[in-house]
Design a binder for this molecule. Structure first.
Ligand SMILES: [Zn+2]
Length: 275
């Protein structure tokens, strides 16, 4: 990467213009940058059907309607900051892989293996809310700011960093990148997922602890199958542990510790249609 030397006043102006985002975390990128990164990553995914075979929308309209319906419901939460400015879309990748990821700008991806591993709508909604939080809290561009700072922003502006997109994608899909989500990102995504679900409670009273149950089952299978398992990717991109579970319990209690619904039958009817 080329080195750039900027006069201090330009540096200062850039920092003041971009500054901290609403999390109070430094983010050099604009909302439009998040959207453009998401678009570019989505274009890479669409251009590579052997690695990312998409589930046919025309052949499986009910599966898409179900998954998009859950996304639309979570986006109704007042806590979502970019409901109107991000394009928000979900794609389903037809592979028996336990993974899901969120690109910047509201671009979400779920594998069929992930959808069928979920045992209820409440579990899927929990993990969907978690992925939405990664996008809406702008974790990817926040991490890019931390890891590369201003230098990468300038390189991107002048198109000198072609490897960066693949590095972001690797971080999102397999966690093998220093742009992968951090533990702090995971805690924040868990917390907001619970708050989003709680705030749409008048429409769908999801059991908030379903997300923990999902993560616990992922961990159990991972422990049995080991590093090489098909479950490895999601576990690496979303490292789960007892601390995360305890933190989620605390928020669940703060939100009133209510027992919600799982909506298992609705979920099973849709999952049964998957190829
Ligand atoms: Zn996560």
């Amino acid at each position: 990467m080329k080195k750039f030397f900027l006069p201090p006043f330009i540096l200062l102006a850039l920092i003041l213009l971009t500054g901290c985002d609403a999390n109070g975390n430094l983010n050099f990128f604009s909302i439009q940058d998040d959207i453009e990164f998401g678009q570019q990553l989505d274009a890479e995914i669409l251009a590579n059907p052997s690695e990312y075979p998409l589930l046919s929308r025309s052949a499986y309209p009910e599966v898409y309607a179900y998954v998009e319906g859950i996304m639309d419901l979570i986006l109704q939460s007042d806590l979502i900051r970019y409901e109107d400015s991000f394009p928000w879309q979900v794609r389903i990748i037809d592979q028996d892989v336990l993974n899901a990821f969120a690109a910047p700008g509201g671009y979400l991806y779920f594998y069929t293996g992930f959808l069928s591993f979920a045992e209820s709508e409440a579990e899927l909604a929990g993990v969907m809310a978690h992925e939405i939080a990664h996008s809406d809290r702008r974790h990817s561009t926040e991490n890019m700011t931390k890891v590369y700072g201003l230098q990468v922003l300038l390189s991107l502006l002048i198109g000198e960093e072609p490897g960066l997109l693949s590095e972001i994608l690797a971080g999102l899909t397999v966690g093998a990148s220093n742009l992968a989500f951090t533990r702090e990102n995971e805690y924040e995504a868990d917390e907001y997922a619970l708050r989003y679900m709680n705030s749409v409670r008048s429409t769908r009273e999801y059991e908030l602890r379903a997300m923990q149950e999902f993560f616990n089952r992922v961990e159990d299978v991972y422990d049995e199958e080991g590093e090489g398992s098909t479950l490895g990717a999601f576990f690496r991109t979303h490292p789960y542990n007892d601390d995360r579970e305890d933190a989620m319990d605390e928020i669940w209690e703060e939100l009133g510790a209510y027992n919600g619904e799982y909506y298992r039958a609705a979920h099973e009817a849709v999952i049964a249609q998957l190829p």
